[in-house]
Design a binder for this molecule. Structure first.
Ligand SMILES: *Cc1c(COP(=O)(O)O)cnc(C)c1O
Length: 220
């Protein structure tokens, strides 16, 4: 449906305030869908697979800002290091070392968010809050020159239990508030199509929205 992407985007933007950044999650969607959003002026897109994001980067306008939101294998960092705008899914120290190394190779400082595990589900990646703090403290004494930690990202459990989602988002918000001044954190990335209103209520300033803009994706 041709107009619906721009309409959905417009609707969503009317619901969020100016200090909130909208990442349009375009994973599995064709270039044509991205261009529909692009034509309305939108420039920030999120992808969760290295190969798919890199192909889209090659084919689409160069002023698009590409955000990596999915679990990132260490051996694939080199493909996105030349162009990625923000990595939301920095979830282990070994990955940080590789992003730093590839950043140096391409003479870039790569913006990253520390992914913190707030959900109960086993498959969700991320640092425990305690480990994240240890990592931040470590970086303060021994900075990585080609990484800039801009904030934190988290995903709530996939559930209809809104109290649980609220609790999980609150945990991330507290972590953010307690550490933002000491570690210069500015970005709190939380909220997707199903839970962004709750995330915004709880202080999110970056939401990652896919299906509410582009329509549902095939189940896998
Ligand atoms: C797919 C995905 C989203 C967007 O999900 P929707 O429910 O389609 O809005 C947000 N964040 C991450 C990490 C994702 O993988």
């Amino acid at each position: 449906m041709s107009d619906s992407i721009s309409q959905n985007l417009q609707q969503l933007k009317s619901e969020i305030s100016d200090n909130v950044t909208l990442v349009a999650v375009s994973k599995t969607k064709p270039n044509q869908a991205i261009m529909e959003a692009y034509t309305t002026g939108h420039r920030i897109f999120g992808e969760n697979k290295v190969q798919e994001m890199t192909q889209k980067w090659e084919e689409l306008p160069r002023d698009i800002q590409w955000h990596m939101i999915g679990h990132l294998q260490t051996n694939k960092v080199k493909y996105i290091a030349p162009y990625v705008s923000l990595i939301h899914s920095l979830d282990r120290v070994k990955l940080a070392n590789e992003i730093d190394r590839q950043g140096a190779r391409y003479r870039r400082v790569i913006d990253c968010l520390i992914q913190i595990k707030i959900a109960k589900e086993e498959e969700k990646y991320g640092f425990d809050p305690k480990e994240a703090l240890i990592f931040l403290e470590h970086l303060r004494t021994k900075p990585m020159e080609n990484i800039n930690i801009r904030g934190v990202m988290g995903m709530a459990t996939f559930t209809h239990d809104s109290e649980q989602i609220k609790h999980e988002f609150s945990v991330l918000k507290s972590f953010f508030d307690q550490n933002k001044s000491a570690h210069n954190l500015e970005i709190l990335s939380m909220g997707m199509s199903g839970d962004y209103p709750m995330a915004l209520e709880l202080g999110s300033n970056m939401i990652r929205v896919g299906s509410a803009i582009f329509g549902s994706r095939p189940a896998h």
